[in-house]
Design a protein around this ligand. Structure first.
Ligand SMILES: [Zn+2]
Length: 414
């Protein structure tokens, strides 16, 4: 028997790519959106539908956490901010070696629950161990999240050959719908050699997957890449890395990657705190996306990414939390508020856009997620509103500026 069309009606519907609709409706059939509009119009258009009323709420597409590391979730509260990127890196590396294996799976599930409670069901997750896919496969009640899990190459000695076979298959499907896909990523330009960076990009292109890496995150990274000196040299040596494989290019990371031909529409650069005006021009010209992880940058004391300059250039920006080793919460609401605090003139509309379509576009998933449009298959979220906005712009403010997910009751509408 074919299920009827489901009408999800609410005081507000926020499609993201078009104006909010008061007394709106999203019509869904077999997991795909088939109509977005005024509730009374949708009832007429789909007379034998089933209606789910969400009353004084706003229905919108799931938020997208474009950069996280669920496998580092056991490190929550284990590392205190030091104000120094290199100190944090040393602490994190040591703490990671001491993770109790028994708590990994449960902490990953807790982190997934936190994402769901905050309405962020689409993720760009990064890991080095494939523990997240194995946890997902072992879950009896299904996996609540969708998106991409990137197997990250992090060592200069690593070759992408080890994961070529993994790239060819999505690891979680629901019928025809790929719920979680496997990608391959590089940790950074200062930890992965030139040939391997190019090979990862090529493998990503061949499987139509995005290429992503941490870039321009700290002064220490810039010093290593541009001068071949600084604390990164000692850290890499202490970790037994083959320094001959990562000869510093003697230029900044953006011009280095651009010279290798690695910047294009399907590249997502994570952080971009230490970027120049020229770097931003290059990123804009290549159509490359940036993923902002503002609270992680604050935690590490590395400074703030120049978000105002990115927006002025119309660079696509996504939002990520990074890991619980450099953030105390996986909360897109907190990230939006942090960006707003640092750049007060950035509009709530721009922030919501980054947290939804910006992430979908950066991950190459905009065909499915990020907005309420016909044929998209995004999970919908319903956010209860304690006060009713007087206008569409007030609605955006209520969502973008509340500061944390605890301010809302969020229901997931699949
Ligand atoms: Zn990260």
């Amino acid at each position: 028997m074919i299920a009827p069309v489901a009408l999800h009606t609410a005081r507000w519907v926020l499609p993201v790519t078009s104006e909010p609709i008061e007394y709106g409706c999203v019509a869904v059939f077999e997991g795909s959106i088939v109509g977005v509009g005024k509730a009374h119009e949708m009832r007429q258009r789909f007379p034998s539908s089933v209606e789910n009323r969400h009353e004084d709420a706003v229905i919108m597409p799931s938020f997208i956490n474009a950069h996280c590391h669920l496998e580092l979730s056991p490190l929550k509260w284990r590392i205190t901010p030091t104000g120094s990127f290199s100190s944090w890196l040393s602490l994190m590396t040591r703490a990671r070696e001491n993770i109790d294996k028994d708590e990994v799976a449960s902490s990953i599930q807790q982190a997934a629950d936190e994402l769901v409670r905050g309405g962020a069901l689409i993720i760009g997750d990064v890991g080095n161990t494939m523990i997240v896919p194995s946890v997902i496969k072992g879950l009896k009640d299904g996996w609540p999240l969708r998106g991409i899990h990137f197997f990250e190459i992090i060592n200069p000695e690593d070759s992408p050959d080890i994961v070529d076979s993994i790239l060819s298959e999505p690891f979680l499907c629901d019928g025809d719908m790929v719920m979680m896909d496997i990608g391959i990523s590089a940790h950074s330009a200062h930890t992965v050699g030139k040939d391997t960076l190019c090979a990862i990009k090529k493998a990503s292109q061949e499987s139509a997957m995005p290429f992503t890496l941490h870039i321009a995150e700290s002064d220490e990274e810039i010093e290593f890449l541009t001068e071949g000196t600084g604390p990164m040299v000692n850290i890499m040596r202490e970790r037994g890395r083959d320094m001959t494989k990562i000869a510093p290019p003697m230029k900044g990371p953006v011009s280095y990657l651009d010279g290798l031909g690695l910047l294009d529409r399907l590249t997502m650069l994570v952080h971009c705190v230490k970027v120049t005006e020229k770097d931003l021009d290059t990123i804009r010209d290549r159509g490359t996306s940036i993923c902002l992880c503002m609270r992680s940058n604050t935690f590490l004391g590395v400074g703030e990414p120049p978000v105002d300059k990115m927006i002025a250039r119309k660079i696509n920006c996504a939002i990520g939390t990074d890991s619980l080793a450099s953030n105390d919460r996986l909360d897109i609401f907190s990230e939006m508020s942090s960006i707003k605090r640092a750049f007060p003139h950035i509009s709530p509309v721009a922030l919501v856009n980054m947290a939804t379509m910006g992430g979908a576009y950066a991950l190459g998933l905009d065909k499915f997620f990020g907005s309420l449009e016909n044929s998209k298959r995004t999970p919908l979220i319903s956010i209860s509103l304690k006060e009713q906005p007087a206008s569409a712009s007030e609605l955006y403010e209520l969502i973008a500026l509340q500061g944390s997910k605890e301010e809302f009751d969020i229901d997931i509408i699949w």
